[in-house]
Write a protein that binds this ligand. Structure first.
Ligand SMILES: [Zn+2]
Ligand SMILES: [Zn+2]
Length: 392
């Protein structure tokens, strides 16, 4: 568990030198998604490597803007950045670092496909490939134990999804047969229609845009090019993940059609409740029953922490309901090496049945006790204020 506490100095330096993402894009802290996208477009077009060949400064600016955009365009990531700054992504040394995901990070290509297809008329997709249909996204509900969510884990999941058919290599045509051009669109996948001065093209209804006509369909997949298959995948669940958050596994959804990209797999995390700890954000809470005598006289009691059973030192004269705050003993903050705190509230344990010895001792104590406690000034004031409010 010691790895949780490592704080990488190199990362820290990097973090301190980084420019604020909002500043990089030149937008305000409450800029809308559309504004952020617009700002990034302008910068991306200005500093795009294709336009500034060999210019190192432009390249750096382009990278910086892209990184800022990746974070600020993602609701989850933006929230984390607003809360923790660059430290939110420190562990992976910046964005896009290996982990199956902090919430929902889209990959680089996603953003590019999106931004540039609307800009350059889809030319980024590269001719023939743009024809392919992207596979469907899938979602999977994964329930993990409380401890697993706190310390992180790796889970194997099994799911059924449509993958490329091996028998026809995804073409949909029986092996050894040829694929003809769709006669309707002549293999272009598009039907052009003249409308006044404009020519509008739309997807060919006969071949659904594939441009192909398959006479001898593959028997395994009935010409669809895909078949249902059970897959087992390893999912890395990062330490600190909370109930309701989701992970994105790029390309692990259904296979695309006609060379289209695969969809993504979203893993919705469900965390089982712990029988003692209650979690709020990265803070942990629970109530620890303690004997009256221990509160009065002081003493050591057994407490539960995430690391197991430990001793809690209770000083003499500890008031009931006192909260002991154990710093850095809460849940690891997602994407950082810091942790929240553990709050333990001591409550007086009142036994419902007692032994004869206990009864004798308590009777003696009762006789020895001085007068009953009085209402303190502070409590009195509070009550009186409440009364006044009721009548005013
Ligand atoms: Zn097939
Ligand atoms: Zn066609």
């Amino acid at each position: 568990m010691s790895a949780l506490f490592v704080y990488n100095k190199k990362n820290r330096k990097k973090i301190l030198e980084k420019r604020d993402y909002y500043e990089v894009l030149g937008v305000s802290k409450n800029a809308s998604k559309a504004d952020i996208k617009k700002a990034y477009r302008v910068l991306a077009l200005k500093y795009h490597p294709d336009k500034n060949k060999g210019d190192k400064e432009s390249e750096d600016k382009f990278k910086e803007a892209t990184e800022a955009y990746q974070v600020l365009s993602d609701d989850d990531a933006r929230q984390k950045y607003d809360q923790f700054g660059h430290a939110a992504f420190a562990q992976n040394g910046g964005m896009g670092g290996g982990f199956g995901g902090f919430g929902d990070f889209s990959g680089f290509e996603d953003i590019f496909g999106d931004i540039f297809s609307s800009f350059f008329g889809g030319s980024m997709q590269g001719g023939g490939r743009s024809r392919g249909q992207v596979g469907a996204d899938l979602s999977y509900d994964l329930t993990v134990e409380f401890e697993e969510s706190v310390f992180g884990t790796e889970k194997e999941i099994k799911l059924k999804r449509r993958v490329k058919c091996d028998d026809c290599d995804g073409t949909g045509a029986q092996k050894g047969t040829t694929i003809d051009k769709c006669p309707h669109c002549k293999g272009t996948g598009q039907i052009r229609m003249q409308q006044g001065f404009f020519s509008i093209s739309r997807t060919c209804p006969d071949c659904q845009g594939s441009g192909q006509f398959i006479k001898n369909k593959c028997q395994t997949c009935r010409g669809t090019g895909r078949k249902l298959s059970e897959a087992s995948l390893k999912v890395k669940v990062p330490a600190g993940i909370a109930d309701g958050q989701r992970l994105k596994l790029r390309g692990e959804g259904e296979s695309g059609i006609n060379g289209g990209e695969s969809g993504d797999l979203y893993v919705n995390i469900r965390v089982k409740e712990h029988k003692v700890f209650k979690r709020e954000g990265y803070e942990l809470f629970y109530e620890l029953p303690v004997n009256y005598t221990t509160l009065v006289l002081g003493g050591k009691v057994e407490m539960l922490t995430l690391e197991g059973k430990e001793e809690l030192d209770i000083p003499a004269g500890t008031p009931a309901e006192k909260v002991f705050k154990l710093r850095n003993r809460g849940v690891q903050i997602l994407g950082t090496s810091r942790r929240g705190d553990l709050h333990i509230k001591v409550v007086v344990h009142v036994p419902t049945s007692i032994s004869d010895d206990e009864r004798k001792a308590l009777e003696l104590l009762k006789q020895a006790e001085k007068k009953a406690p009085k209402v303190t000034e502070k409590q009195g004031e509070g009550l009186f204020d409440k009364f006044k409010k009721m009548f005013v």
